[in-house]
Design a binder for this molecule. Structure first.
Ligand code: NAD
Ligand code: UGA
Length: 463
């Protein structure tokens, strides 16, 4: 008989911990869920009376939080207390690429994970199930086990791997109806306890159980395959532009083959987000540590292609604008790494902007959900130029029409739906002539905009 879980703690109140736990709380009213974080500001935002001010923007999330918060969903900075009281502890902290030491720029930095394990070991006074929710290198459970069992108070820890597959912007739908929930472990009772949690709303056939290493490795593999599809279609987008083909037509043509499938074939200015790059780099690093050079090189190419895609989009803006953008105003529509999120981590927009700023362009950014300070923080983080220079060259506005006013060019970096509905006649009137549009998402109606008078470039669409 598996243990029935009544109290869950989740360490890490980020883009995964917050939405995932909110949905567990909503769907399992008998389980009390406490999400803890060391970032007091973030916890305060999760607890904000105005539910629209929670720190993660996701369609539908504020409604779920409004329903469960204060009933069986709590956000707190009291990490020890939540660990002590819970029977099941999810670790959902960040696992960024290492920026120092061995594996710098490739390996996953596991210091936050290890801190959690040591804290759990110190605090736990009774048996716990510890669930890896963060994305981790294969065999991390081994290290966790060693820490938990060697520094603990003699209590038993079962470790499960339960990677998260939600995508930002569709997190709530993905959590409500996951293609699968993956649970890896070696204790049948612990596995069953977690299966029972998900079984509150996920059909049994969608809950897969595996050994712990397969589960850990499947998460990295899933992201590698997804990113590879984007890099594959983006590679073809360049060839389409040279040959007069249209990458959207090519994608539709190949996507109807059921073995290929229609999803994840949208050419773009490059994939972003906190995970694709870091997880592939991690996979490459793991392959290298096992001496698997060809495996490492194969997957690294997905990243190199993505870097190329961002770079060539920026280069094309410079060459089209008569080989100089110095002092020219370029309006950026979108800064988030995809639509329907306020997340900007690794967004292509950051790198395109950085490249254009090196060419002394003046950039005016409008994004419906990303605040000004985030945009400056993203640029400052690159350390390419001083904070002052970033603020001199980049302006952030709250009105898209202000962004385009007297601009030499508009660049579409994120596929926000609202961009399609703009009054493009008015935009044309307000821009300098010739008025260029560089559509990095193939979002806008190219022929219609050409009809208005725009000089159009659409990613992946040749003439
Ligand atoms: P995030 O940076 O948004 O959130 C992580 C949170 O953990 C932060 O708020 C941080 O303050 C907190 N934290 C770090 N160390 C802590 C500690 N010792 N004690 C308490 N809190 C601590 O990260 P995220 O986007 O939620 O990603 C978390 C993990 O999930 C990563 O491993 C990521 O690869 C994985 N993942 C992310 C997504 C996604 O869409 N963002 C999807 C699937 C999986
Ligand atoms: C991705 C995966 O889709 C999730 O399954 C996974 O859980 C998550 O990473 C993670 O581990 O963090 P996410 O990064 O939130 O989710 O968003 P995606 O929809 O995958 O988009 C990633 C990037 O690829 C975006 O910049 C998006 O614009 C780009 N993309 C995606 C394309 O350019 N073309 C496509 O066809 C699809």
């Amino acid at each position: 008989m598996s243990k029935k879980i009544s109290k869950i703690c989740c360490i890490g109140a980020g883009y995964v911990g917050g939405p995932t736990m909110a949905v567990i709380a909503q769907k399992c009213p008998d389980i009390e869920v406490t999400v803890v974080d060391i970032n007091a500001q973030r916890i305060a935002a999760w607890n904000d009376k105005d539910v629209n001010k929670i720190p993660v923007y996701e369609p539908g999330l504020s409604e779920v939080v409004a329903e469960a918060r204060g009933k069986n969903l709590f956000f707190s900075t009291e990490v020890d207390k939540a660990i002590d009281e819970a029977e099941m502890i999810f670790i959902s902290v960040n696992t960024p690429t290492k920026t120092y030491g061995k594996g710098k720029g490739m390996a996953a930095d596991l210091k936050y994970i290890e801190l959690c394990a040591r804290q759990i070991a110190r605090v736990a006074k009774n048996d716990k199930i510890v669930v890896e929710k963060s994305t981790l290198p294969v065999r991390t459970a081994e290290a966790l086990k060693s820490i938990l069992h060697n520094t603990g108070n003699g209590v038993n820890f079962d470790i499960l791997s339960n990677p998260e597959f939600l995508a930002e912007g569709t997190a709530i739908q993905d959590l409500y109806k996951p293609d699968r929930v993956l649970i890896g472990g070696d204790s049948p009772e612990a596995i069953q306890a977690l299966v029972d949690v998900y079984a509150c709303w996920v059909p049994n056939e969608n809950i897969l159980t595996t050994n712990v290493w397969s589960s850990e490795l499947s998460k990295l593999t899933a992201n590698a395959f997804l990113a590879q599809r984007v890099s594959s279609i983006n590679a073809l987008s360049e060839l389409c532009e040279k040959t007069g083909a249209d990458v959207n037509e090519v994608a539709r043509a190949i996507g109807t083959d059921s073995r290929i499938g229609p999803k994840f074939l949208k050419a773009s200015v490059g994939f972003g987000g906190s995970c694709f790059q870091k997880d592939i780099l991690n996979l490459v690093y793991i392959a290298k540590t096992y001496g698997l050079t060809e495996v490492a090189d194969y997957w690294e190419q997905v990243i190199l292609m993505n870097d190329h895609q961002k770079r060539r989009f920026a280069d094309n803006i410079v060459s089209t604008l008569y080989n100089t953008v110095s002092g020219k105003k370029i309006a950026f529509l979108g800064w988030a790494f995809k639509k329907d999120t306020n997340d900007t981590r690794e967004s292509a927009a950051i790198y395109v902007a950085d490249h254009l700023l090196n060419e002394q362009a003046e950039i005016v950014v409008y994004d419906p959900k990303v605040p000004e300070e985030q945009i400056y923080a993203d640029l400052d983080y690159l350390n390419t130029r001083s904070e002052k220079e970033n603020r001199n060259l980049v302006t952030v506005v709250n009105d898209p029409y202000e962004a385009v006013n007297e601009a030499h060019a508009v660049a579409v970096l994120t596929e926000w739906d609202e961009f399609k509905a703009y009054d493009w006649q008015k935009i044309y009137r307000e821009m300098l002539k010739p008025s260029f549009v560089f559509d990095g998402r193939a979002l806008l109606d190219k022929e219609q905009l050409k009809g208005i008078g725009f000089e159009m470039y659409t990613i992946g669409v040749g003439e």
